[in-house]
Design a protein around this ligand. Structure first.
Ligand SMILES: C[S@@+](CC[C@H](N)C(=O)[O-])C[C@H]1O[C@@H](n2cnc3c(N)ncnc32)[C@H](O)[C@@H]1O
Length: 309
């Protein structure tokens, strides 16, 4: 702003509109399309005007990163990610366990994957991200998604086809119950049962990966009645592929945040992990890969009996 010039509302509006034009135009179009579904005939310029009002009313900070080009890759992403302002553009925030789609989006863009799957789709976050990338960034990414709720049981069924990137966000044991189906991973009281079924699910994902493809597992640990269960430890022990990343994702807006606890003996868990495994050439040729995880478990158990350990 030139020296001596007074800052008026008009100036602020103009400045912000220029900023939006530069970085977030596709986002405005997307909002416009959504609004058209409920109110046909709404002109796009009214959306822009409302956004500029929102900015002068101080709402921009609440819109947070969702306001910018949400389909751009965060190339500066590190092994610690934190999204304090939730991006509600994808999936449904009302679905318990729904995750922010930005980590998935950034990994997908980083790996330049063209064939993508999510066998525990939940409210459809990953599907929405891929649809948005295809629409706004002119990508041509194919996507397959399934979930027990819609009839796909990963403990029993294989993924249909082969993929370059598979994202899986399983239940964190039974802290959120997703249904009564006995094959629902969240339906196991016994941790050992949960762990075995989780490993079978991961194996089915791994088998559907192309060589060089990646499997990303978003998982969190559980503390119940003071007892800490490090689910991540078991996922790290997944016997296939090459571990390529351990990403710490800071958790925000958890249901437990709304409960008021006194000072607990141990600090509350406020992070989850995204572990990324890569399917390598070597691995495909190894006999280990051809065995099922269950076979490995049985062999381990037999060995333990034989060696007395
Ligand atoms: C943490 S939620 C996934 C949420 C999702 N990422 C989202 O953003 O909405 C875990 C999902 O796993 C599904 N699930 C549990 N057991 C399953 C199984 N055996 N096969 C397939 N899906 C299963 C549940 O129905 C639930 O939707």
């Amino acid at each position: 702003m030139p020296e001596g010039e007074e800052m008026s509302n008009t100036t602020i509006r103009t400045l912000v509109l220029e900023y939006v034009d530069q970085n977030g135009a596709s986002h405005i179009r997307e909002m416009h399309i959504e609004i058209l579904q409920r109110r046909p005939n709404t002109p796009e310029h009214t959306i822009r005007a409302r956004l500029s009002e929102a900015v002068t009313e101080g709402l921009l900070s609440r819109l947070g990163e969702g306001f910018y080009d949400i389909y751009a890759e965060d190339e500066a992403m590190t092994s610690v990610v934190s999204y304090p302002v939730r991006c509600n553009q994808w999936g449904s925030p009302r679905y318990r366990g729904n995750c922010d789609g930005r980590l998935f989006k950034n990994l997908l863009l980083r790996y330049r994957a063209q064939k993508v799957a999510d066998p525990m789709l939940g409210s459809g976050t990953t599907k929405d991200v891929v649809e948005g990338l295809n629409r706004h960034k002119k990508k041509n990414i194919s996507f397959w998604g399934g979930d027990l709720k819609t009839g796909f049981d990963l403990t029993k069924q294989k993924l249909p086809g082969s993929f370059e990137f598979i994202w899986i966000h399983p239940p964190y044991w039974n802290i959120v119950r997703y249904g009564d189906n006995l094959n629902d991973l969240s339906n196991h009281e016994d941790y050992e049962q949960f762990r075995k079924f989780l490993m079978i699910c991961l194996q089915h994902c791994y088998e559907a990966l192309e060589t060089g493809g990646r499997l990303a597992v978003l998982i969190g640990d559980v503390r119940r009645r003071g007892k800490y269960t490090p689910i991540v430890k078991d996922v790290l022990n997944f016997p296939y592929g090459e571990l390529r990343s351990i990403i710490i994702k800071v958790q925000h807006n958890c249901t437990s945040d709304r409960k008021k606890y006194g000072k607990l003996e141990d600090p509350p868990i406020k992070h989850e992990y995204c572990l990324v495994f890569k399917k390598t050439d070597n691995d495909c040729q190894s006999t280990k890969q051809r065995q099922t995880y269950v076979q490995l478990e049985i062999e381990n158990a037999v060995r333990a009996v034989q060696t007395g350990k």
